[in-house]
Ligand binder design. Structure first.
Ligand SMILES: C[S@@+](CC[C@H](N)C(=O)[O-])C[C@H]1O[C@@H](n2cnc3c(N)ncnc32)[C@H](O)[C@@H]1O
Length: 301
C-alpha cells in the first residue's frame, strides 16, 4: 500500500507534492526519493511532535513542513500563490504508530495514560474533559455515529455511572468501563470502536476530511493526483462518495439529442482503489482495513 500510494501520485521529476499527514515522514521520504532537485514537498501535520521530528531528522531543502490541520491547506497555499499548481496530494489518515504507542497521548486502550486523544494538544479539549462535560445522550450518539457501536447507549450510561463516583481520567478506566458492557470479540478489544469514535469526534476528523477534499479541486494542477489511504469504513465512505460525485456524470434519459460538447464535464477521474496485501496485513494488523483510493484532476477546470 505504501508503494501503491506513492505510485498513485505519478510523480513528476520537478513536481510539487503535498503530504497532508507527515507523521514520521515515511511517505514524504518516498516522494522525495522520486523527485529531482527542482521538485518540492509541502508536508502538513497538526501534531507538533511530528513537526519536531521532521526538523530533527529531515534535512532536505526540497521539503517544507507546516504545523497545521490539513483543512487549512487552501488558505495556506493561496498565500504562497500555489493554488492550481500542486501535482499531487497524499493523505494517510488516522493516528500514527508513535501517537498510538505513546501512552501519554491517550489513544491506546491497552496502556494506562491520561485520556487525552488530541492530535494537536495545543488546541481544543481532551477526551476526558469532553466526557466530563457532556450528557449521556450526546456521548451515546458520538459512540454510535463515529464508532458504529451498537452498545453505545449502554456504554454512555456506564460512563455516567462511573463518573458519579470517580472522575474518568485515564485510558484504562475507559477501556474497563466499555469492557464491562461490551462482549469481547475474537481479535478485537471491546473498546476498539468506542476509542475510535471519541478520537474521531475530539479531532473533528470527518469534518476536516470532507472540507479538505472539496479544497483539493482548487489546489491540484490539471492531471494532479489524489492518493488517499483510509483506515475505517466511515472515512472511506466519505472519500469514495467525494470521488464518485466529482467523477461520475449524471445519467440522462436515453435518446436525448446531446452534442459531445454539451455533456457534463467532471473535475475528477476515478482511478480506482486497492487493499493491503496479505504480506502487509501480516506485518501490520492495522492495515487489515486500509483502503487506497486514487483520482486524477481532469483538464477542464
Ligand atoms: C497515519 S499517520 C501518517 C504516517 C505517515 N504517512 C508516515 O509515513 O509516517 C497520520 C498523521 O497525520 C496527522 N493528521 C491526522 N489528521 C490530521 C489533520 N486533520 N491535519 C493534519 N495532520 C493530521 C496525525 O497527527 C499523524 O501524524
Amino acid at each position: 500500500m505504501f508503494n501503491e500510494s506513492i505510485k498513485g501520485l505519478a510523480i513528476k521529476n520537478n513536481g510539487i507534492y503535498i503530504d497532508a499527514t507527515f507523521g514520521r515522514g515515511g511517505h514524504t521520504q518516498g516522494i522525495l526519493d522520486q523527485l529531482g532537485d527542482d521538485g518540492k514537498v509541502i508536508a502538513f501535520d497538526q501534531d507538533i511532535t511530528a513537526i519536531d521530528y521532521a526538523q530533527q531528522y529531515f534535512n532536505d531543502a526540497r521539503l517544507e513542513v507546516i504545523h497545521s490541520p490539513f483543512a487549512n491547506m487552501r488558505t495556506i497555499l493561496s498565500k504562497k500563490n500555489q493554488l492550481g499548481k500542486i501535482n499531487g496530494i497524499l493523505m494517510d489518515l488516522g493516528v500514527s504508530s508513535p501517537q498510538l504507542d505513546n501512552a501519554e497521548r491517550g489513544f491506546s486502550f491497552n496502556a494506562e495514560g491520561p485520556l487525552d486523544m488530541r492530535m494537536d494538544q495545543t488546541v481544543g479539549i481532551s477526551a476526558s474533559e469532553w466526557l466530563a462535560t457532556t450528557n449521556e445522550t450526546e456521548i451515546a450518539n458520538v459512540i454510535y455515529q463515529f464508532g458504529e457501536e451498537r452498545r453505545s447507549r449502554h456504554i454512555a450510561s456506564a460512563i455516567k455511572q462511573f463518573q458519579a463516583e470517580t472522575p474518568l481520567e485515564t485510558t484504562l478506566q475507559l477501556a474497563n468501563i466499555v469492557a464491562s458492557v461490551v462482549k469481547t470479540k475474537k481479535n478485537k478489544h471491546p473498546a476498539t470502536r468506542t476509542f475510535q469514535a471519541i478520537r474521531i469526534f475530539i479531532n473533528q476528523e470527518l469534518e476536516q476530511l470532507s472540507d479538505t477534499l472539496e479544497q483539493t479541486l482548487d489546489i491540484l494542477a490539471p492531471k494532479g493526483r489524489l492518493s488517499i489511504i483510509t483506515f475505517h469504513s466511515i472515512e472511506d465512505r466519505i472519500v469514495k462518495q467525494f470521488i464518485q460525485k466529482k467523477s461520475k456524470q449524471r445519467q440522462l434519459p436515453k435518446g436525448l439529442p446531446i452534442m459531445n460538447n454539451e455533456t457534463e464535464k467532471m473535475p475528477l477521474k476515478d482511478l480506482g482503489k486497492s487493499f493491503a496485501s496479505t504480506k502487509e496485513i501480516d506485518n501490520s494488523r492495522r492495515s487489515r482495513s486500509a483502503i487506497l483510493r486514487i483520482a486524477e484532476k481532469t483538464l477542464i477546470c
